[in-house]
Ligand binder design. Structure first.
Ligand code: SUG
Length: 448
């Protein structure tokens, strides 16, 4: 049975904006209140998807979630028609208006944790949508992610959809941003690495400045629900001091793909011990002696501050048809001397990485979302790929249709004041109504 890794990228929404909503995410704080460029942002994201398609890697589109979430404003006591709701919220609680208008579902890596059917005991592909409970604007995504993923992966013969974990501090879950699957190749069983930021118990180590968002208990629940076991899963804790310097998800400081794990030396607590465990699990899972390459970048070569600025570890590692690997890195890595030097060193080191390409994703990067944040990896057998909804798979025709759609429906600029404009609601509804047709997902949105 042949397996491939599908990249499912969040399509940037027409309401992409910079509201500074995520404490601990330095880019989000730094760009708060600036005008965003939704059209440019969506086209940048689409170009990345197109590049993967050109490289022969299966690529699909995750539709944006419906915003503004006006029901949230109603739940919080605001009332009236659309115009009155927006107007009162803008005057009395602009931060709530911004939260209900966030385009954050674009970062598909946070939409769910996915387990390959080659790894689960029941040989099914498992999805658990992340509850994202640490940020109000992101907590609005969980149920809708569940619904959208069920539409795309609807065939219950192959796909299992779990509900989000309980929205309680014990179970903070940020999805695949904290998940890495290592495997000899996609056809082989994999090792699941789940990273957490805190344990919900007294005396456990936590960052002191910024929130840790993902709990150990959430990783344990996912391991149970997805039918994994101690032989093919490990959990490790993020280094609290690195969270305090802006590493709000593990994918800001580590990335793994097939038999290459690339990470900073200050990614995890007791890192040497975790790497040792990974090596031992790897050897038991891959009896054919396929080597595991672990590239640990030292703070001397790249300190954590520059790691966060460059987003080097938020690059995508991709397997080319030759079997070699390509690093799809954000443009910021080309512009920063230390990150560029690290990449040059990696390319000549003994590992499967042989090429690099830089992508301009600055619109998303300004909110703390690099190449890897924008995609959810879904390892699929050929049968599973054929069983999923085909309308979201990127083809030249879909690429062109989406380009035209974005150019037609998106604004060039969106600043905080524009969220008060009731016309924006109709614009978004019109755009998403057309998108349902383009992606052949009728009735996807519940326009109210
Ligand atoms: O959760 N930013 C997102 C960025 C998510 C990045 N994803 C991964 N690392 N996988 C977050 O902090 C900012 C929104 C704003 O400030 O307007 C935001 O939600």
């Amino acid at each position: 049975m042949r397996y491939q890794e599908l990249n499912l990228d969040g399509l940037v929404s027409p309401c992409h904006n910079y509201a500074g909503l995520s404490p601990g995410n330095l880019a989000s704080k730094d760009h708060r209140g600036q005008a965003a460029a939704p059209k440019h942002a969506a086209l940048q994201g689409l170009e990345k998807m197109w590049r993967l398609h050109q490289l022969g890697i299966p690529q699909a589109v995750m539709p944006p979630q419906l915003r503004p979430r006006l029901e949230m404003l109603r739940t919080l006591g605001f009332s009236g028609n659309h115009t009155q709701l927006i107007d009162t919220a803008a005057r009395q609680a602009p931060e709530l208006l911004a939260a209900c208008y966030s385009a954050s579902s674009m970062w598909a890596a946070n939409s769910a944790t996915v387990t390959c059917s080659a790894d689960s005991n029941d040989h099914k592909l498992h999805f658990t949508p992340a509850n994202l409970l640490f940020n109000l604007h992101r907590s609005l995504e969980a149920q809708e992610s569940n619904r959208i993923l069920k539409r795309i992966f609807g065939n219950s013969e192959f796909f299992v959809h779990h509900p989000p974990l309980p929205a309680s501090i014990e179970f903070g879950d940020e999805g695949a941003a904290n998940h890495t699957r290592l495997c000899a190749d996609h056809n082989q069983p994999g090792l699941t690495l789940l990273t957490y930021g805190y344990q919900q118990q007294p005396d456990s180590l936590k960052p002191s400045l910024f929130p840790a968002r993902h709990s150990l208990q959430a990783t344990e629940a996912i391991i149970r629900a997805h039918q994994l076991g101690p032989h093919n899963s490990l959990s490790m804790q993020q280094l609290p001091a690195s969270i305090d310097r802006g590493v709000f998800h593990n994918d800001v400081i580590a990335v793994g793909h097939r038999n290459l794990l690339l990470l900073h030396e200050e990614a995890w607590l007791n890192q040497a011990h975790s790497l040792d465990q990974i090596q031992r699990c790897w050897e038991r899972l891959t009896p054919d002696n396929t080597p595991l390459y672990i590239e640990q970048v030292s703070r001397r070569d790249l300190n954590v501050e520059d790691t966060v600025k460059s987003y080097l570890f938020n690059s995508q590692l991709l397997t080319l048809s030759s079997g070699e690997m390509l690093l799809l890195a954000p443009l910021e890595c080309q512009e920063q001397d230390a990150a560029r030097a690290v990449i040059e060193k990696l390319l000549v080191s003994y590992n499967p990485l042989t090429q690099v390409e830089f992508m301009d994703l600055r619109q998303s990067m300004n909110n703390g979302g690099g190449p890897a944040c924008l995609r959810l990896r879904v390892p699929l057998s050929d049968t599973e790929l054929a069983a999923m909804h085909q309308g979201v798979l990127l083809t030249p025709a879909l690429y062109q249709a989406l380009q035209q759609w974005i150019n037609h429906h998106y604004r060039d600029q969106l600043g905080p004041e524009d969220l008060r404009d009731p016309a924006l609601i109709d614009e978004i509804h019109n755009a998403l109504g057309v998108l349902e047709q383009i992606l052949d997902l009728p009735g996807l949105y519940n326009f109210v």
